[in-house]
Ligand binder design. Structure first.
Ligand SMILES: Cc1cc2nc3c(=O)[nH]c(=O)nc-3n(C[C@H](O)[C@H](O)[C@H](O)COP(=O)(O)O)c2cc1C
Length: 188
């Protein structure tokens, strides 16, 4: 059976970001789930303000290589004014065909009770335009400031279970689309 690779992307570069704890937790859970290969990516390593002025055309960029290899993507991202951080948009906009027909799961993060639900809906519309397949399930890390102890350990058991549901769904699409995504639309 083909290996499935689904990286996890932390989508905020903000100094002091709480979402980093959620992203590390998602990575930890994905590793113990064990059914796909993964790694944690940080938007800080892929985007700089200079890139707002010019779309990179270098097809061999690290991000391009990662998404060429990837069978799907999981994004962990906070809600800022009901939207998602601009640096995530800049990073996503660097590529196009590398995303096509690959599933994407979103984990929202917020200090409030909704876990970034409004942002998740907004992000999905851009992901569709990239010809990704946003899955129905999402994980909403609400009240992020209370979810982890001082060692960064998750205090709420329910999040591991929620992530399993998300992983199952992203993996299902990743396997199905890995076989089919290079076929032309007219071939079915
Ligand atoms: C510019 C900005 C806008 C924000 N807007 C929202 C918002 O619309 N809804 C919300 O629930 N939290 C909002 N927050 C609070 C975030 O939920 C909070 O910072 C949380 O810790 C997750 O973001 P972080 O990873 O940057 O820490 C906002 C935070 C910032 C910095």
């Amino acid at each position: 059976m083909e290996t499935i690779f689904i990286p996890i992307l932390l989508g905020t570069a903000r100094e002091g970001r709480q979402s980093e704890k959620a992203a590390k937790f998602v990575l930890q859970q994905a590793v113990s789930y064990g059914k796909f290969e993964t790694e944690l990516l940080d938007v800080r390593d892929f985007v700089s303000l200079a890139k707002t002025e010019r779309m990179p055309e270098n097809e061999s960029s690290r991000w391009s290589k990662i998404m060429t290899r990837a069978d799907g993507l999981i994004i962990v991202v906070p809600e800022y004014n009901h939207g998602y951080p601009g640096e995530l948009k800049l990073m996503l906009d660097q590529l196009y065909k590398e995303y096509n027909r690959k599933p994407v799961g979103v984990c929202g993060v917020s200090m409030g009770p909704l876990g970034g639900a409004r942002m998740v809906e907004a992000l999905r519309t851009s992901l569709v335009e990239l010809q990704m397949v946003p899955v129905r399930n999402a994980v909403y890390f609400s009240s992020i400031q209370d979810l982890f102890d001082e060692n960064g350990t998750m205090k709420d058991d329910s999040y591991a279970k929620k992530l399993l549901v998300l992983f199952d769904e992203v993996l299902w699409y990743a396997k199905a689309l890995q076989k089919a995504r290079n076929k032309p639309l007219t071939s079915f």
